[in-house]
Design a protein around this ligand. Structure first.
Ligand SMILES: O=P(O)(O)OC[C@@H](O)[C@H]1O[C@@H](OP(=O)(O)O)[C@@H](O)[C@@H](O)[C@@H]1O
Ligand SMILES: [Mg+2]
Ligand SMILES: [Zn+2]
Length: 177
């Protein structure tokens, strides 16, 4: 199956060092909604794996996070597409969970849900942890320059990382290749 897994903050929507704490703060990046819709209409399943330590930190609750994701789904549906499974890690960095990136637990959950082979999937992120999570399960690490992407590009990243300006460019590559 054609499964694409996306990080959320900094890839689909603007990120903030102050976290994205409300639906009002959740603002799509230019072209991101259209990219997801176009991928979906081209037969791709678009899933999301996102760290949300803001929940553990008490900055927002699950109901607020769900409202952000309802907004995302509605915007993509308006463009004729749909968003697949959204998996999030609500834990803090010191809880030792199995799902927080750079651990690959969320990617594995998504693959299990769809019966997909992670070695044939791209995982698109803006942070080093995203790329490391992909690498841990032999997925293709893909870095976009939005969000924290440019800072990540200055770090030591997996040698096979594919680099794109933004999610729209990733979608164009996948749809037209
Ligand atoms: O990029 P994804 O995984 O979708 O979500 C990242 C967010 O959960 C937040 O992750 C935090 O990292 P810590 O969780 O505090 O290490 C910070 O980087 C915030 O700026 C960012 O908004
Ligand atoms: Mg991110
Ligand atoms: Zn977790």
């Amino acid at each position: 199956m054609k499964l694409l897994i996306l990080d959320r903050d900094g890839v689909i929507n603007y990120d903030s060092d102050a976290y994205i704490k409300s639906v009002e703060e959740w603002i799509p990046l230019p072209g991101a909604i259209e990219a997801i819709a176009q991928l979906s209409k081209a037969g791709w399943t678009v899933a999301i794996a996102t760290n949300q330590s803001g929940i553990a930190r008490g900055y927002y609750d699950v109901a607020t996070l769900d409202a952000m994701h309802d907004r995302l789904r509605a915007l993509v549906a308006e463009q004729g597409g749909e968003v697949g499974l959204i998996v999030y890690c609500p834990h803090g960095p010191n809880e030792g969970c199995a799902c927080r990136k750079p651990k690959p637990g969320m990617l594995q959950s998504i693959a299990t849900h769809y019966g997909a082979d992670l070695a044939k999937c791209w995982f698109v992120g803006d942070s080093l942890g995203d790329l490391q999570a992909a690498q841990a399960v032999d997925s293709q690490p893909v870095l976009v320059k939005t969000g924290k992407g440019l800072q990540t590009l200055a770090k030591v990243i997996p040698v096979n990382t594919l680099i794109f300006d933004d999610l729209a460019a990733v979608a164009a590559e996948l749809i037209h290749k």
